[in-house]
Design a protein around this ligand. Structure first.
Ligand SMILES: Cc1cc2nc3c(=O)[nH]c(=O)nc-3n(C[C@H](O)[C@H](O)[C@H](O)COP(=O)(O)O)c2cc1C
Length: 226
């Protein structure tokens, strides 16, 4: 077990997937292990396992006339976990070039008015976030570069920097499917054959390695002023 002390910084690792045996959950566990090895205390938030309901409620809807609104106890408990974290690492499958509803709803309900935004001094100021998105598209798919840009604009600019984060990085993990997916010149989604044996092992090893590189880069950027 890595050494932990009261001064250890906390990493909130948010997993947004409906299956515990998914590649997403596997990637989140590996990212958490790497962060723990770097000295972080890990708070693992598996949104589905914890029963988080992503649907907005009246209790958690912002009141634009009251930035000190008391939201639901559930949301306040999540806000506490975000506040206690020095870094947030969100791991999710890319759905429609965005985050899945589970993660989107967590942001909608928890990163709320008066807490995450709407104050001259944002409460999340100075925190750092890594978004690790798993995508079915292959690295050489024509849609991939556009998807990367959309995710960066949406997640880093639209959400993290808007909420005062000091640093936000998007790690796009393509080739997350066993069977390669590419959109051809006519716009048809071509699903290739699954690879097997050593080739498949190599594919997963390359995938794990890329995920690790994103985490390493994020950790290395820590010492660089924003
Ligand atoms: C509703 C839905 C939307 C998806 N949209 C995209 C997409 O926009 N781009 C992409 O590359 N893959 C997309 N995919 C593929 C997923 O990203 C891929 O299945 C997932 O990352 C695999 O990881 P998992 O095994 O952990 O679910 C989509 C899958 C689903 C089910």
């Amino acid at each position: 077990m890595p050494q932990q002390d009261s001064r250890a910084r906390t990493a909130l690792v948010v997993v947004a997937h409906h299956r515990a045996d998914s590649l997403t959950a596997h990637t989140a566990r590996r990212a958490a292990a790497r962060l723990e090895a770097a000295g972080y205390r890990i708070d693992l938030l598996d949104l589905r396992a914890e029963g988080f309901d992503p649907r907005m409620t009246v209790a958690d809807q912002p009141d634009w006339g009251d930035r000190d609104k008391r939201y639901s106890d559930e949301v306040h408990a999540h806000m506490r976990r975000v506040l206690d974290a020095d870094v947030v690492v969100a791991v999710f499958p890319v759905y429609w070039q965005s985050v899945p509803a589970l993660l989107k709803g967590w942001i909608d309900r928890v990163w709320n008015y008066g807490f995450a935004y709407g104050r001259s001094k944002p409460r999340l100021a100075g925190k750092r976030i890594l978004w690790l998105g798993l995508a079915g598209a292959t690295a050489d798919d024509l849609v991939t570069e556009g998807m990367r840009k959309i995710l960066e604009t949406n997640l880093s600019e639209g959400i993290a920097y808007y909420c005062g984060f000091a640093h936000s990085a998007v790690g796009l993990l393509t080739d997350a499917e066993e069977r390669p997916q590419r959109v051809d010149a006519e716009g048809n989604l071509r699903i290739g054959d699954a690879v097997a044996g050593a080739e498949r092992e190599a594919q997963y090893a390359a995938f794990d390695q890329l995920a690790l590189e994103y985490v390493e880069k994020f950790l290395a950027e820590e010492s660089v002023p924003a």
